[in-house]
Write a protein that binds this ligand. Structure first.
Ligand SMILES: Cc1ncc(COP(=O)(O)O)c(C=O)c1O
Length: 378
């Protein structure tokens, strides 16, 4: 009975996130064969609801990769960047850096445009980089989970296109918590995953892929097998996954997307996330010493990154984490590598508050109250 030691914690980290009981229970629904008639009962609605949430029609394909967000991001790199071409990885934090790392490790010619932690994409600097590197593909992070920065990817995609580059957007921690603005931004590939604002376990990388992306991929050599969007799309068009899916997660996702679209409602879900961002902002006003890392107007609706008060370093954050655990929560002590970097420069580290998925304003209010109490004793 090893499960008796598994702690029941409300996850206020930035993904995976807390899962509501009905979505959690859906993992125990019947197993099924992924090439059998039972498959479409799960994946038919999954594909349809994802399209509804993304506001895309048949002009884009939806692919579910077995893996996670990274699997789909890597597929973008492998499928869209040809030998001899340059990919420009625009990075405002750890996940922008990850996209660059994937490009380099896959042997692509990659240039990186990096912004300081907490900064959003500066379009003037991005334009200089486009002129300098003449990339064929540009990667962008919509919602930088390490810093809580929400980028204006609509403008960044338009700028990439002005210079003839195909934009790819990482929307991993946003999709499901706010409108992804896919039709307006028109990226050739938009990627997300299941364990963040969609509120279930990790296990699928989700991609919205345009016809332009498929045309481009057809000209790229060595796309691999499961990392090839052209191969993937053949099974996706049958509402299937290319390789065997996690059936428990498929059951969960089918139930959860039905809940999002038909019970909670998409607009209400987005409004709830904005309200939670505002609740955290109001808490920060009352809480001495905390400051936002991201500038106003660029703050994520699904997570908030805060500079800690003077004197509350990484060691103190770890104590806060353990005190919060005793109260039934998993507290987020900030993105590890970033905090090491900040503290080595003598700067204050950050902590993060995840307010994504199905966390309710009531849960968040209680969490912030408890956090305030724990901090008062830290
Ligand atoms: C913005 C962003 N991109 C990519 C990833 C990687 O996604 P996954 O962990 O689903 O592979 C994450 C995970 O935290 C993320 O937040």
């Amino acid at each position: 009975m090893i499960e008796k030691d598994f702690a029941e914690l409300a996850l206020f980290i930035t993904g995976p996130t807390w899962i509501r009981p009905e979505a959690r229970a859906a993992a125990a629904l019947p197993e099924f064969g992924h090439r059998d008639a039972e498959n479409i009962k799960r994946f038919g609605p999954i594909f349809a609801h994802l399209r509804t949430m993304a506001r895309v029609g048949q002009e884009r394909d939806v692919i579910l990769f077995n893996g996670s967000g990274s699997t789909a991001l890597e597929a973008a790199v492998r499928s869209l960047v040809a030998d001899g071409e340059t990919v420009l990885n625009v990075s405002v934090g750890a996940f922008g850096d990850l996209f660059h790392k994937m490009a380099v490790l896959n042997g692509k010619k990659a240039a990186q445009l990096k912004f300081a932690a907490g900064q959003a994409i500066d379009l003037a600097r991005m334009e200089q980089a486009l002129v300098e590197h003449k990339p064929a593909v540009v990667t962008l992070t919509q919602n930088e989970t390490s810093t809580g920065v929400l980028n204006d990817v609509e403008s960044a995609c338009a700028l990439a296109r002005k210079y003839g580059a195909l934009p790819v957007v990482d929307g991993v921690s946003l999709f499901g918590g706010a409108d992804a603005r896919i039709p307006e931004s028109d990226p050739v590939m938009y990627v997300t995953s299941t364990q963040k604002s969609l509120g279930v376990h990790a296990g699928f990388g989700i991609a919205f892929v345009s016809a332009e992306a498929l045309d481009k991929a057809a000209q790229v050599a060595n796309r691999g097998y499961s990392s090839d969007i052209v191969t993937q799309v053949n099974t996706a068009r049958k509402s299937q996954t290319l390789t065997t899916p996690n059936g428990g997660l498929a059951n969960q996702l089918a139930v959860q997307l039905d809940y999002i679209v038909n019970v909670e409602g998409i607009a209400k879900r987005y409004a709830r996330h904005e309200a939670m961002r505002d609740m955290v902002a109001a808490w920060v006003e009352r809480q001495p010493g905390f400051d936002f890392l991201a500038a106003e107007g660029f703050r994520s609706p699904t997570l908030t990154a805060l500079r800690t008060p003077e004197g509350l370093g990484s060691a103190g954050l770890k104590r806060v984490k353990e005190a919060m655990r005793e109260r039934g929560y998993l507290f987020d002590t900030g993105y590890g590598k970033l905090n090491v970097e900040l503290e080595s420069q003598g700067a204050r580290p950050i902590c993060r508050i995840g307010h994504m998925g199905d966390i309710t304003p009531e849960m968040l209010a209680k969490y912030l109250d408890d956090l305030g109490r724990v901090l008062a004793q830290a």
